[in-house]
Design a protein around this ligand. Structure first.
Ligand code: ATP
Length: 219
């Protein structure tokens, strides 16, 4: 679904991505972990077509939808209207939101509330729902867990798992929380200073002392 080869992105003289290779196959759950400033958001923005690479190539097959870092719901609009905006294409009205409420039933009872008044977890749910309105084949989720309580994150992860299992939606999960990412995903990449320094099955990475020391709070 996603194929990235030798991707280089520069901001002026600064190199944010320095030859990144990465792929996500249909139906896969893949994690990209790395510290602040590693280039994770730059990769998301490149895949979304917002940032232009200086070199290398990327290809996205099928529809991609991004759940942005910080959720970015429209605070003064209702949950329902936030969802509808996700289905808005080429000037045509968004499709019916009922499928999203079936997938994310917790949103039903807040559907008429202003999104800005919801909890962080509920807003993240709205952000996921809005992305699903585009009927994506692959979902890129940027920092799912940021600022959310562990129980709320666990609930969101359950939903991502279900979407993957029942709808076959591939997921690229961009996370600072390596433990979470390695638990959810079958494969993972570690990005540091614009380069993929490690990749492989999550179980292997979780067992690696380098990953444990740097990302899992001790070996
Ligand atoms: P975070 O988790 O903090 O968002 P990140 O891994 O997503 O970090 P990026 O935001 O992609 O990292 O940033 C990668 C590098 O590029 C950093 O050194 C950052 O300072 C730099 N950078 C990002 N955006 C710009 C920009 N618009 N102009 C100049 N430099 C930028």
């Amino acid at each position: 679904m996603i194929a990235v080869e030798g991707l280089v992105v520069r901001y002026g003289a600064a190199t944010a991505l320095d030859g990144v290779d990465l792929y996500v196959d249909a139906g896969e759950l893949v994690a990209l972990i790395g510290p602040n400033g590693a280039g994770k958001s730059t990769l998301v923005n490149t895949l979304a077509g917002i940032v232009r690479p200086a070199a290398g190539r990327y290809e996205v097959r099928g529809r991609i939808a991004v759940v942005p870092e910080g959720r970015e719901v429209f605070p003064d609009l209702s949950v329902d209207d936030n969802l509808r905006l996700g289905g808005w294409r080429n000037g045509r009205r968004g499709r019916d939101t009922s499928a999203i409420y079936e997938l994310l039933p917790d949103l039903v009872r807040v559907r008429r509330q202003k999104a800005g008044l919801l909890s962080g977890g509920q807003q993240q749910m709205v952000s996921v729902g809005r992305a699903l309105m585009a009927r994506p084949d692959v979902l890129v989720v940027d920092e799912l867990s940021l600022g959310l309580a562990p129980l709320v994150v666990a609930d969101l992860v359950t939903h991502l798992r279900e979407l993957n299992a029942s709808r076959g939606i591939a997921v690229l999960l961009i996370e600072q929380n390596a433990r979470l990412a390695l638990e959810l995903c079958m494969r993972a990449y570690v990005l540091e200073a614009g380069r993929i320094v490690l990749h492989g099955p999550s179980a292997e990475l979780a067992g690696s002392s380098a990953v444990a020391a740097a990302y899992l709070g001790g070996a």
